[in-house]
Write a protein of this length. Sequence first.
Length: 100
Amino acid sequence: MRGTQIVLRSKTPELVEQEFWGLLMAHVAIRGLMHEAALKADEDPDKLSFLHSVRVAQRRLARIAAIPPLGRGKPCMTPSSRRLSKSASLRVEPGSTSAE
């Protein structure tokens, strides 16, 4: 997920451990999205590209994170954010190739 940036940025052992667990949780979350997308498309999850899925998630997160909160106690689901959240799911193209 970090590409060629193998070195963790944290400076203390506790923060390195925290960063490691954060990366592991992100990995599991992306794999879960991949599995869900494969089930919806009736495809084999092993045929999906992990790297492509990471890139899709990064692009979608940038859009979702740009939606400002509405305020305390108010839901943050405006019509535009509902559209984004629906379109933010990973899509499997029929005949997609290579698991990375």
